[in-house]
Design a binder for this molecule. Sequence first.
Ligand SMILES: Cc1ncc(COP(=O)(O)O)c(C=O)c1O
Length: 379
Amino acid sequence: MTEISVDFNRPVVVGNEFEYMKQAVENGHISGDGPFTKKCHAFLEKELGIPKVLLTTSCTHALEMSAILLDIQPGDEVILPDFTFVSTVNAFVLRGARPVFVDIRPDTLNLDESRLQALVTPRTKAIVPVHYAGVGCEMDTIMEIATRHKLAVIEDNAHGLFGKYKGKYLGTFGSMASQSFHETKNFTSGEGGALLINDPAMVERAEIIREKGTNRSRFFRGQVDRYTWVDIGSSYLPSDILAAFLFAQFEEREKIQLHRRQVWELYYAGLKDWAGTHDMQLPHIPTHCEQSYHMFYMLLPNLELRQKLISYLRERGVYSVFHYLPLHLSDMGRGFGGKTGDCPVTERVSDQLVRLPFHNALTSAEQEQVIDLLQQFPF
Ligand SMILES: Cc1ncc(COP(=O)(O)O)c(C=O)c1O
């Protein structure tokens, strides 16, 4: 038997990453907001058609900035999907908010917009949709409910850069959105993120919060003659060396997205019939959504089979992973009153989901090995 080794994720240099990092050093500006950070901002603003983009040290930090910008206060309620990464909730809980978890749709695993209305109270301040796997949430309904109740919408678009809902880029619907450039994402700087700001009234304060609560950005633009402490804030701006790495990846946008599309489509074509005969669910992409090709997941019939499949692949050199545990059943979630049965779809999906290897250097030969192994899996 040939030795198989297929990584779940691998950092991949796709273009001028090293050359640009060298240039960043030669530019003499390796702290934040140097020439490469500005190039990244300009690229995303132009491509997405969004008024302002600010690179951050992570998606987590972009979410934290959005919670500060919304002036979230202790006791405010924020509605978010139960099936998401902890940062989506932590950013708001850090400001004292009470999280209100909404269950997900069984088809796209995005928050179930039909359950939103019932969760809105006079204390609700914001809705935080997560475009799971880069497939758009039902933004028409979400925006309609938010507008009617005067709620902010912050899109957690960690997975969804360049995905679209009804022809419009994800991350451009709410007043703000967060992106992730963590190493598992389509475009990466190892760790990194961005805050997309759709509401021009928020830009100046966002720059201050990102610069430790100072008006340093205005000072550098010559708009004030000294900089000083004017608000709360932290250090949310990444080194220009990281921006240099990231910009090189942005330049290869077409190549990266085409490759990821091919990876996704090969998995889907290779597994569709097999999944159908074994009671497995593959991703569902509504026809009005263009996905970002961030990940490929499958839902197994139950937890026992999911665990068995992960071990089976692992023993044969293929690394697959599962994620998110229901937030309402975590230690913190239970502290906010969460109990079994609150979000039944999340509770089920969390037991069933497995993610297959997916990265920018994954070859079709490796994928064929994964598909072959899956088809031989003894259910
Ligand atoms: C939905 C979601 N939001 C936020 C994050 C946090 O991203 P980061 O690691 O860039 O802080 C992740 C991480 O993968 C995520 O999956």
